[in-house]
Write a protein that binds this ligand. Structure first.
Ligand SMILES: [Zn+2]
Length: 303
């Protein structure tokens, strides 16, 4: 398997031509910016630019939260940061183990990369499979991407990077381990993929009940701006409320349908509820969630 992975990567490397992500950092505060990812699924035309990442400039260094889905994306993030500051990008935080959030680590050779133990282990164990999967989905944009796993384990509630403090909230629901960063200096909340703004949630590793609990906790935080994992930043609590509503809708649909003995096609033939009509990728993600999650709800009814 390893030989196969190596040959796929080396083969595509021979024909490398770098994908232009046309990145533009969006300013959030005096010292904070984010890069907005498209509300789409991976494709050769978006080069895998589908998730947000963000950076904070401190007195001595730069802190980067997530790194995107390829080495090239990471390189272009670096280039954009360099246009604003020459301070070293010393610290990286990977919010969770999904490949659109950490594969850009490959571009950062001298940074300390932080993640939870669960996320670090998952990246070490499954990282190469994520690469093979993405080579199939976005082709050339993956050129040169190798696994660079986190080298620091997050355990504390507060990070202190060159005297710049960040609060770390350990949550779960989107995956088994999702990190939320609250910057109390700027009151900016980086929610990772616990929040998608106007983009339908992905649930391949989700626990819906835990996710809803995490969202209620996030709702209590007094932030000025929320930076979601996908979708545009928001100054309101709307995205949290909308995601709670969607997860409740998903769970109720799964339970009711199982109780009524519906099959997957009967569930999918129902009209999209009005409140989610403006969510990007509703049809695709709802279908994916039903296919993944429905069998376990059916089994529970049959017990
Ligand atoms: Zn994710």
């Amino acid at each position: 398997m390893k030989a196969l992975i190596f040959s796929i990567i080396s083969f595509s490397f021979l024909f490398s031509s770098s994908f232009d992500f046309k990145l533009k950092p969006i300013k959030l505060s005096d010292n904070s910016y984010y890069f907005y990812g498209k509300k789409e699924y991976f494709s050769p035309s978006n080069g895998g630019d589908i998730a947000n990442c963000a950076f904070i400039i401190t007195k001595k260094s730069v802190i980067l939260i997530d790194t995107g889905s390829s080495k090239e994306y990471g390189e272009q993030v670096k280039k954009e940061i360099r246009k604003i500051t020459s301070k070293p990008i010393k610290y990286i935080i990977n919010t969770h183990h999904h490949p659109d959030h950490f594969l850009g680590n490959a571009a950062f050779t001298n940074s300390d990369i932080y993640a939870t133990e669960f996320t670090k282990n998952d990246i070490e164990q499954n990282g190469e499979l994520y690469i093979v999967n993405l080579v199939n989905l976005i082709h050339d944009a993956m050129d040169g991407t190798r696994i660079k796993a986190p080298n620091q384990v997050l355990t504390t509630e507060t990070l202190n990077f060159d005297n710049y403090k960040l609060k770390v909230l350990y949550m779960d629901g989107h995956t088994e381990s999702d990190i939320v960063i609250f910057d109390e200096n700027s009151k900016i909340l980086y929610t990772s993929d616990l929040i998608f703004n106007k983009r339908t949630l992905t649930t391949p590793h989700a626990n819906i009940d835990e996710w809803i609990k995490s969202l209620y906790q996030l709702e209590k935080i007094n932030y000025s701006v929320l930076v979601p994992g996908h979708g545009i930043a928001s100054k309101t609590k709307e995205p949290i409320k909308e995601n709670i509503a969607y997860l409740n809708f998903l769970e109720n649909t799964l339970k009711d349908s199982a109780n009524k003995g519906l099959d997957i096609f009967e569930i999918l033939s129902k009209p999209i509820p009005k409140e989610f009509e403006d969510f990007a990728m509703f049809k695709e993600e709802f279908e994916r969630s039903i296919i993944n999650l429905y069998p376990s709800y059916e089994r529970n009814v049959n017990k």
